[in-house]
Design a protein around this ligand. Structure first.
Ligand code: HEM
Ligand SMILES: *[C@@H]1O[C@H](CO)[C@@H](O)[C@H](O)[C@H]1NC(C)=O
Ligand SMILES: *[C@@H]1O[C@H](CO)[C@@H](O)[C@H](O)[C@H]1NC(C)=O
Ligand SMILES: *[C@@H]1O[C@H](CO)[C@@H](O)[C@H](O)[C@H]1NC(C)=O
Length: 496
């Protein structure tokens, strides 16, 4: 509790300082926007309703304290009720249009850099670097996105991910005992991080990997911190850690260049080095490799952890999931074939469990953009310079879109084409959409399917009490401790 309070305080201080020190200019701009609106009747009519809260702070404190509570969407839902699905506010230092309207959000996601560019808190931009794919816009972003996306879709890479996942999952599970709690969140982080680092820079477990893990912890601790870079500050230490990691990646890039670029791309570095334009410098590649490790430490392991959490509370779903995976395992064993990547993705109920976990978990609550010009969507005016926050969470938890929206109900997805769903649905956007649709979505599903398969076919478990924390990132308060018991038929005894 003290911890929480401290974090809230630090967060408030962060926000306050960032606004006062860094975003003062924004405030002045905002002042002039107000002036323009005041003098133009048309605009005033179509600007969404809402309150801008206090000077400087806006409604940030209320947003953050809701974000920490059991019901993070309460901030947005309260205003949505009062002002409508799209409303104005002032959070994280910028006047912001918050959209809980799936169509408006979709329009924002599909717009190009002439209308909207990414806009994130200062500490995050400093740490990610100017050339991070999450922050760049225009042709360079499209180029990198295309190269990465094609590589992640290749069956060659999916086969490699499957091999690595199986290996690391088995290694991890081999050490599990029934007399000690297993912290699912730690286990899945360790596995998913190693798998992704392998896919990015072909680094195997060992000394360098341990070094990377350690520095990476330092690095991500600063992503949401006070944006002051002086020796000793959080941001400073995180930047130092990033420098050390970049050096390691630069070494790997140099080694690859010296040995000549191979004719099959083994990892993302190979893919980006093979690009012939001069835009993709070594610095840009190294920076992006570090940034792209974040989903391996964060989103993917949380997807697995939340699935285990929801299944712990939903015995019927667990039973059906176990049945599906056990049956498939038996068939494959009889045929004497190992499971390949497409097998893992072929089990319909397993995919429905993952989809439902994505819907309820809201690992990414929404994305932030800044308007580059005045934009009008569905009659709402978004003034140039304002931020837009497309808040997916309240769409995913809206009774009008999903019956019993707060119940974990994988059966609701029966008969839907999930591939199609990930890409084109308005009401289901855990991976974003449009130009920046997450290129890692197939990998996330694949890794979660493999983890679930091996876990539920080998173990039964009892979960200790734990709760989901949603801010600044989604995680389990106690790292999801469970007590496991090995299933008898999971060892080779059945063959005797
Ligand atoms: C459950 C897991 C994941 C979730 C929920 C997730 C979610 C998202 C979302 C919502 C975006 C859109 C951001 C925006 O519009 O600004 C995004 C972008 C991105 N994701 Fe993921 N992601 C996941 C896993 C992964 C994985 C495994 C990778 C692999 C490296 C990855 C790499 C990326 C990249 C590179 C982008 C930026 C794309 C661009 O801006 O062009 N993600 N992700
Ligand atoms: C868009 O990207 C270009 C470089 O590709 C950069 O110079 C420019 O500042 C970016 N625009 C915004 C608004 O971030
Ligand atoms: C590419 O690599 C394969 C083996 O991995 C080799 O058989 C082939 O000759 C190589 N092609 C070129 C153009 O180097
Ligand atoms: C490198 O790029 C060229 C086209 O620019 C492509 O034909 C080739 O397959 C790529 N090589 C690898 C190893 O990806």
């Amino acid at each position: 509790m003290e911890n929480l309070l401290l974090t809230v305080l630090i967060c408030s201080a962060t926000i306050f300082l960032s606004i006062v020190l860094i975003l003062y200019r924004n405030y002045l701009k905002f002042g002039s926007v107000c002036f323009i609106i005041g003098s133009s009747k048309n605009r005033r009519l179509s600007l969404p309703l809402g309150s801008l809260g206090w000077p400087f702070l806006g409604e940030t404190i209320e947003f953050v304290s809701c974000a920490y509570s059991d019901c993070p969407e309460s901030f947005v839902n309260k205003r949505r009720h009062r002002y409508g699905k799209v409303f104005k506010s002032h959070i994280f230092g910028s006047p912001t249009i918050v959209s809980t309207d799936a169509e408006v959000s979709k329009f924002v996601l599909q717009s190009d850099a002439k209308a909207f560019v990414p806009s994130y808190p200062k500490s995050l931009t400093e740490l990610m670097g100017k050339s991070s794919i999450l922050l760049i816009n225009g042709s360079l972003q499209r180029r990198i996105h295309g190269l990465i996306g094609a590589f992640f879709k290749s069956s060659h890479l999916k086969a490699q991910i499957t091999r690595d996942m199986k290996k690391y999952v088995q290694e991890s599970m081999a050490t599990w005992r029934d007399d000690l709690p297993i912290f699912i969140q730690d286990e899945t982080k360790n596995i998913a991080f190693q798998v992704l680092v392998k896919a990015l820079i072909s680094l195997d477990p060992g000394e360098d990997m341990e070094f990377l893990k350690k520095q990476f912890q330092e690095f991500i601790a600063g992503l949401m911190s006070i944006p002051i870079n002086i020796p000793g500050s959080r941001l400073y230490r995180s930047l130092q850690a990033k420098k050390k990691m970049v050096k390691l990646v630069q070494k790997i890039i140099q080694a690859k260049k010296e040995s000549g670029i191979s004719n099959v791309s083994k990892d993302v570095v190979d893919v980006l080095l093979n690009d012939t334009s001069d835009q993709l410098t070594d610095d840009l590649i190294a920076d992006n490799m570090i940034d792209m490790m974040i989903p391996g430490e964060d989103s993917v392991p949380l997807l697995m952890t939340l699935a285990i959490k929801y299944l712990s509370d939903s015995p019927t779903a667990l039973q059906q999931l176990t049945k599906e995976n056990m049956e498939f395992k038996t068939i494959k064993e009889q045929l004497g074939e190992p499971l390949c990547w497409s097998d893992y993705l072929s089990l319909p109920f397993t995919q429905n469990v993952i989809t439902e976990t994505l819907r309820m978990g809201n690992i990414i609550n929404g994305v932030m953009r800044k308007a580059m010009k005045d934009v009008e969507i569905k009659g709402y005016q978004i003034p140039k310079g304002w931020c837009v926050f497309t808040y997916f969470r309240s769409v995913h938890l809206d009774e009008n879109n999903y019956d019993g929206a707060y119940d974990f109900n994988p059966w609701r997805w029966q008969g839907t084409d999930l591939q199609e769903k990930d890409i084109s649905s308005c009401n289901f956007t855990p991976f974003g959409g449009g130009q920046r649709l997450c290129p890692g979505l197939d990998l996330a599903r694949l890794e979660a399917s493999i983890f679930l398969h091996h876990f539920i076919t080998q173990f039964s478990w009892v979960a200790d009490d734990d709760t989901i924390v949603n801010f600044p990132t989604v995680r389990m308060k106690r790292r999801m401790p469970i007590w496991v018991e090995r299933k008898l038929n999971s060892t080779k005894e059945t063959k005797v």
